[in-house]
Structure formats: C-alpha cells, structure tokens
Design a protein around this ligand. Structure first.
Ligand SMILES: NC(=O)c1ccc[n+]([C@@H]2O[C@H](COP(=O)([O-])OP(=O)(O)OC[C@H]3O[C@@H](n4cnc5c(N)ncnc54)[C@H](OP(=O)(O)O)[C@@H]3O)[C@@H](O)[C@H]2O)c1
Length: 303
C-alpha cells in the first residue's frame, strides 16, 4: 500500500530510489548506496522487491506490479475465482464461495491497492456486494457498475450504503431510466460498442478521473468483455479444487479454429490456501512460464 501511494504521490518520476520497510510499516528512504534495502524504485520498470524470506518475496512479486502503476503507466487487473471446470457460480448465481478465505483476502488486498473496482450488473444483482476493503487496511475503491440500460434497483448496497463513491455506467441516452442518483452516486454515459458498452471509451473516462489502478472484479461476462477488448494488463485466476458441473462461466472468448491463435499467457503460480492462483501478465512476451525452468520431460511437485 505504501509502495503504491509512493509511486503516485511522493516519488520523483525521473529518479531511482531505494527504501527499507520500517517496523511501523512505512517505507524509509535509504540514502546510502551500501546499506541494504527492501524495495527499490526504477522510473522505467517500477518497484522491485529484495526480501530475504521467500514468503515475503512472493507477496512482493504478486503485489508490486500493481503498486508500480503511475499516471504514465496505469494498470488494469482482472480477477476471477473459478472451479476446476471453469465456472464462477452455479446456474442460479450462487458463488459464496468458490475459492477459499485466503483468496477472498487477496481480493480485498487488490481492492485496497486499486483506485476503482468494476463489476457487471449480473454480479450486483446476484450478490448485492459492497466491494469494500473490510478485511484489510486501506481505503475503499470507487465502485464502477456496468448497468447499460439502468435496470439495477437503487436499493442495492452499492447505490445506497454510502461506503464509497459509486459510478453507474450506462449506454449513451439511457441514463434517464436510472432516476435521480443517490448521495455518493454519479452516472456516466458511454457510447455503445460492438458488445454493449464501448469499454475503451469507459477506460479513457476512468483514467481522466485519475483512476490509475483499476480492478475488474467480475463476473465472467464482464472480465471476458474487457479481455476481448484488449484492455487487461494482468489477469489473476484463482482455481479452486471443486467441480461445479454447470453454471456461470469464467472467461469465454470468441471461438478460434487454431490453437496457435489462442492466448497463451506468461504467468506465475502461487498457492493461496487450497487454491492455485495464476498471475498472468498480458503485456509481456509469451514464454512457457514456470515449466521453462525444468528439464524437458520432467515434472516437479510444487505444493
Ligand atoms: N467467482 C468469482 O470470481 C465471481 C466474481 C464476480 C461475480 N461472480 C458471480 O458471477 C455471477 C455474475 O457473473 P456474470 O458473468 O453472469 O455477469 P456479470 O459479468 O457480473 O454481469 C454481466 C452484465 O453486466 C453488464 N455488462 C458487462 N459487460 C458489459 C459490456 N461490455 N457492455 C455492456 N454491458 C456489460 C451487462 O448488463 P445487462 O444484463 O444489464 O445488459 C451484462 O449482462 C454471479 O453469480 C456472481 O455471484 C463470481
């Protein structure tokens, strides 16, 4: 959190700098080049962690890419928690909970690191979520609700609990159907695109409001439409060891005839409780990821 704030507010964008983590949890500047540092800032690449504990380094690897966002290098990250067979909820919309408590904590950390969290109308309708950071320290992100034809009830929590700013996004010309916005709620009209809202225009509007770190939290339709529009920089998919059988799908993209035209993602793998978290970087050249360090034909037990 400190690193994220520092990247945006305190750092001279042109200068490298090194920091140690103080017992208070704050970052202290390390002026002497020979003294050890826990974190270093590179204006071109962002944050790098130098933890000696593997568990601490894993946390830095997972969260520093998000904390490295600046006005010139914003980030959009999507997260889904899915079953082994690729579903995020049952057909009736029950998704409490596909993944375990550690992944829910991870999701709250992502919210705390981000300026804004985007969810689709289906999620708001099914879950009535608050989208707050109540499990961790850090402020609540602004809530961006994709409600293209203003069908969601104003009584839902995001429009009525006053816990954070809420922006209801609808297709141009449809905001009249939303009625008067509640306190803390505002409306944004976005032009229609091929698949509903023009998401590139939406992202431009969010960046113009100063939202450098944006979390797309679901559901599957929403994450898929951002992916299809090429607007995701990082994709976190937590896979839970359960089978739902049939239900609301996770990522669904238009069919491809050839596997070589499908997205193969550069990734890191983390264990998060009983779930496996894939952290996929959609902006770096593809490699074979984790397997590339193994001898051909070998396997390695990781957990
Ligand atoms: N496991 C998880 O990680 C997770 C996370 C979030 C939600 N969930 C669960 O997933 C289910 C909901 O997911 P879902 O995939 O069915 O729905 P969703 O993505 O939450 O919402 C889809 C709706 O959002 C609007 N929308 C999204 N993208 C749009 C675009 N590009 N243009 C215009 N409108 C857009 C549309 O609203 P209209 O219908 O009004 O047109 C669309 O039908 C719920 O059961 C929820 O509990 C699970």
């Amino acid at each position: 959190m400190q690193a994220a704030a520092q990247a945006v507010e305190l750092l001279d964008p042109g200068r490298a700098a090194r920091f140690r983590l103080e017992p208070t949890g704050h970052l202290g500047l390390v002026e002497d080049g020979n003294s050890p540092a826990d974190l270093s800032w590179n204006p071109l690449r962002g944050w790098q962690g130098h933890a000696t504990e593997p568990a601490a380094q894993a946390l830095l690897d997972l969260y520093l890419p998000i904390s490295s966002a600046t006005a010139g290098r914003p980030i959009t990250i999507a997260h889904l928690g899915q079953s082994l067979d690729g579903f995020i909820a049952t057909p009736s919309g029950d998704s409490s909970f596909v993944t375990g408590p550690e992944n829910i904590l991870h999701l709250h950390r992502l919210r705390a690191l981000c300026d804004a969290v985007v969810v689709g109308a289906g999620t708001v309708r099914a879950d009535n979520p608050r989208l707050t950071t109540r499990l961790v320290a850090g402020r609540n992100p602004a809530r961006i609700i994709l409600d293209p034809t203003c069908r969601l009830s104003p009584r839902l929590s995001v429009f009525s609990d006053g816990q954070a700013d809420t922006l209801r996004v609808c297709v141009a010309g449809k905001s009249v159907a939303c009625g008067a916005p509640a306190v803390g709620e505002s409306l944004l009209e976005v032009p229609a695109g091929d698949a509903g809202l023009d998401l590139a225009e939406l992202m431009k509007a969010l960046r113009a409001r100063g939202y450098r770190r944006v979390l797309i939290e679901g559901g599957g339709v929403t994450v898929s439409s951002f992916l299809q529009a090429g607007l995701i920089d990082r994709l976190h998919i937590a896979v839970a060891p359960m089978l739902i059988g049939e239900g609301r799908p996770a990522v669904r993209l238009p069919p491809q005839g050839r596997l070589q035209d499908c997205l193969r993602l550069r990734h890191r793998i983390y264990q998060s409780g009983n779930d496996i978290l894939f952290d996929c970087d959609l902006r770096s050249p593809v490699d074979t990821g984790f397997a590339s360090s193994l001898r051909p034909g070998s396997v390695q037990r990781v957990l």
